[in-house]
Write a protein that binds this ligand. Structure first.
Ligand SMILES: *[C@@H]1O[C@H](CO)[C@@H](O)[C@H](O)[C@H]1NC(C)=O
Ligand SMILES: *[C@@H]1O[C@H](CO)[C@@H](O)[C@H](O)[C@H]1NC(C)=O
Ligand SMILES: *[C@@H]1O[C@H](CO)[C@@H](O)[C@H](O)[C@H]1NC(C)=O
Ligand SMILES: *[C@@H]1O[C@H](CO)[C@@H](O)[C@H](O)[C@H]1NC(C)=O
Ligand SMILES: *[C@@H]1O[C@H](CO)[C@@H](O)[C@H](O)[C@H]1NC(C)=O
Length: 366
């Protein structure tokens, strides 16, 4: 039972938590239920959202799997056999965590769940709006600090990470204490995608993660005093499909105005598409794959059965390699993606090649 910072009077809660005690180890060898202690020099941080595609991942690279799908003991055993960590997803309503007692019991529950499932830490993914001078602002930093202390104490070698937006500049009205949070955990996973969640200029379709915009985010995090070694770059393995209200000759696709957290337009006008779907569609499209030099990203236009033009922006090995080169040149902690399930893991020869190239693009080339 993890009792990190839990005030004594909450001992009343304990019978509830006790049910989550460690179960039997289901791995072929008991040693595989041991948490991973090795600290890799370079992180390849993978989000997995379920099912069995993980069997086809490139395990020669993976260091951490954030298990956002249903818990799969087989995945845990396999990851451990490859020396990779498997971590929980952590999300909680920020209104609740203002109360230190609630925070402590939330943390205790997560540590117990991690222990019962032989997991190696937690990835805290809170994308909620926070006002700068609000109790939530302080409470969030405290949550990360207390979670890290408790995990590190209770599970040797465990890892606690926190997901942040592509830029620290109040994206989506998230005012977080980034330096405090970075200090308080092992590293930040920077979600360098959904970068059009707030479009302040013209309402037109654009790249999910334009090269310059992506780099600006890292420059700003580093300028705040956050070490590059505390930053893992997240790249998208999905794109956005937008319906064009109008598609100009030079491929400017005007989109519907869908406001988001104060901005007049957003990527919510489009819908997300996994790379595997994009790869099936791109060759048959009106334009074929095009390269936008300003954004250093590929896109294509297609016509739907109703006769409307769509523009699809995505990332491919070419755009990802450019970002991976930045990861290496600026000494970031590592790279990762949302999410590993987006690729085509079927036996089809072309799909295999495309999938291999996407994994390969994570490796910074010399
Ligand atoms: C932040 O402050 C604004 C204005 O005071 C308020 O409307 C909004 O609900 C607040 N947001 C949160 C998440 O507390
Ligand atoms: C951020 O958090 C750290 C650690 O709790 C604290 O020392 C610092 O004052 C906070 N910074 C801001 C701007 O709130
Ligand atoms: C659509 O684009 C065409 C070509 O650029 C332009 O002539 C036309 O005015 C645009 N229509 C609207 C409704 O914006
Ligand atoms: C699409 O085009 C590319 C480049 O020409 C080619 O390598 C690939 O085999 C094509 N894919 C399909 C599904 O036809
Ligand atoms: C991207 O950044 C580079 C270096 O700062 C600059 O030279 C270039 O003009 C920028 N490109 C765009 C499209 O903003």
């Amino acid at each position: 039972m993890a009792l990190c910072g839990l005030p004594e009077f909450t001992l009343l809660l304990l019978p509830l938590l006790a049910r989550l005690s460690a179960g039997d180890c289901l791995c072929s060898e008991a040693a595989l239920c041991q948490p991973i202690r090795h600290r890799p020099d370079f992180e390849v941080f993978v989000f997995d959202v379920g099912q069995k595609t993980w069997k086809s991942y490139d395990w020669s690279q993976i260091t951490t799997v954030a298990a956002f799908g249903k818990y799969d003991p087989e995945l845990m055993c396999y990851a451990h056999s490859k020396g990779a960590r498997v971590v929980l997803k952590g999300d909680v309503s920020l209104k609740n965590i203002i109360d230190p007692t609630f925070r402590a019991s939330w943390i205790a529950q997560k540590v117990d769940l991690a222990k019962a499932q032989y997991m190696d830490g937690i990835n805290i993914d809170i994308e909620q709006e926070v006002n700068c001078s609000s109790p939530e602002y302080e409470a969030l930093t405290a949550l990360v600090k207390e979670t890290t202390e408790c995990f590190h104490r209770e599970i040797e070698g465990s890892q606690v990470t926190f997901d942040v937006a592509w830029s620290p500049k109040r994206i989506d009205k998230r005012c977080y204490n980034y330096t405090g949070i970075a200090d308080a955990c092992d590293f930040l996973f920077v979600m360098s995608y959904d970068e059009q969640s707030q479009i302040w200029s013209e309402c037109i379709a654009a790249a999910n993660a334009p090269y310059n915009q992506t780099l600006t985010g890292y420059i700003d995090y580093i300028k705040m005093g956050i070490s590059p070694k505390k930053l893992v770059m997240g790249v998208p393995w999905y794109g956005y499909d937008y319906i064009c209200l109008n598609l100009s000759k030079n491929d400017i696709c005007t989109i519907t105005k869908v406001p988001f957290r104060g901005a007049p337009c957003s990527d919510a006008a489009g819908h997300q598409v996994p790379y595997k779907v994009i790869m099936k569609q791109v060759n048959g499209s009106v334009s074929g794959s095009q390269w936008n030099k300003d954004q250093q990203a590929p896109y294509y236009n297609y016509k739907d059965p109703a006769g409307r033009f769509h523009q699809v922006w995505y990332d491919n090995p070419q755009s990802i390699s450019l970002k991976a080169a930045y990861v290496k040149n600026y000494g970031l902690r590592g790279i990762g993606m949302w999410n590993a399930n987006c690729l085509d893991y079927s036996d089809d020869a072309l799909a295999r090649e495309q999938t291999q190239e996407m994994w390969g693009a994570l490796k910074p080339r010399l």
